[in-house]
Design a protein. Structure first.
Length: 328
């Protein structure tokens, strides 16, 4: 399975509602003066819940009466714990999603007696990620990485993802990313873009023998995140989202006999847009305490899988809604 990369990142950071959480240029424009305090210029930890429907899953499908196939959709309940902070030289972000699928995406294993078992309840997935930046302006103590009116800062960007899931596929994804992050100079909110090298290792429970564990090619990966206040509405409302592109990463196997289990991957595109309302500010003048949100997610070639005549579930068009609590 491919990275969600910024799925959890953008949902969490956007719901925080602070442009600074994802904007190292705003947080760390220069090296700190001696004795400057506090150490963290910004810190936010939150717990959120979101409901998503209909979610898709590659290979989950229903056969029609005419013999053709269509997606088998399912709802997902998602609990998220996230933390974002910024210090003089950069930013840190950590997110953990616990995703519970409906029974349409059953739990299972390929390690049961007889080799395969599938249960009558939905699978559960844990997905964690980390993203960090180091501001080149702050590291050099200059404004050399500022392009007036266009770019506020350029940062070193790095991170990793890891997951585990109790379905028959049994993904155990690990990936690392590294590259550059560009913070664009926008009048309000933020617009950031990262260009990464992406390397993934995973597990495919349907493969045989040692080929259950796979290593994919190093490929370019692009992340774009944004959050813009909608001040013209007169409400504490913002639009936040992300776009994530991962280029085809190969089959993930060295053994040609396993190609049937690891078809060639395609370009993956994931996009989410959220409309976020700061309920705390609206109701009791306490901003950044409680947010509610609705959104739409589009996922093409989900996890890099390419749709075939008898293989559906690779395209997802789903709505979501949720609430976030900033705990400290």
């Amino acid at each position: 399975m491919l990275a969600r990369t910024l799925m959890a990142v953008m949902v969490s950071v956007a719901l925080v509602g602070h442009a600074r959480a994802a904007d190292p240029a705003a947080l760390a424009p220069e090296a700190p003066a001696a004795g400057q305090a506090p150490f963290f210029l910004f810190s936010d930890t939150q717990v959120s819940y979101r409901y998503q429907f209909p979610a898709a899953n590659p290979g989950s499908q229903v056969q029609r009466a005419d013999g053709s196939f269509r997606n088998q959709d399912a709802p997902k309940h998602i609990l998220n714990l996230s933390h974002a902070d910024a210090w003089a030289y950069g930013t840190n972000f950590f997110s953990l999603d616990i995703l519970k699928s409906g029974a349409q995406f059953p739990a299972g294993t390929t390690n049961a007696p007889g080799g395969f078992a599938q249960y009558d309840y939905g699978n559960t997935e844990a997905y964690g990620l980390y993203r960090g930046t180091l501001s080149l302006n702050a590291l050099t103590g200059t404004k050399a990485f500022v392009v007036p009116g266009l770019v506020k800062d350029v940062s070193l960007a790095f991170g990793f993802d890891a997951n585990a899931q109790n379905d028959a596929f049994g993904s155990k994804k690990r990936d690392v990313v590294g590259g550059l992050n560009f913070a664009f100079d926008v009048p309000a909110g933020f617009l950031n873009a990262s260009v990464h090298a992406y390397k993934e290792w995973n597990r495919n429970g349907f493969n045989l023998g040692a080929d259950r564990y796979t290593s994919f090619d190093v490929v370019p990966e692009f992340e774009i995140v944004y959050n813009f206040p909608l001040t013209f509405t007169g409400l504490p409302l913002s639009i936040a989202g992300f776009n994530n592109i991962v280029l085809p990463k190969g089959r993930g196997v060295d053994n040609p006999a396993a190609f049937a289990f690891n078809p060639k991957t395609g370009l993956e595109f994931l996009s989410r847009t959220n409309l976020v309302l700061d309920v705390g500010k609206l109701i009791y003048d306490q901003p950044n305490r409680v947010d509610v949100f609705i959104g739409f997610q589009y996922w093409h070639n989900k996890f890099g899988n390419v749709e075939r005549v008898n293989f559906k579930g690779t395209e997802e068009k789903s709505f979501l809604a949720g609430v976030a609590f900033h705990v400290f």
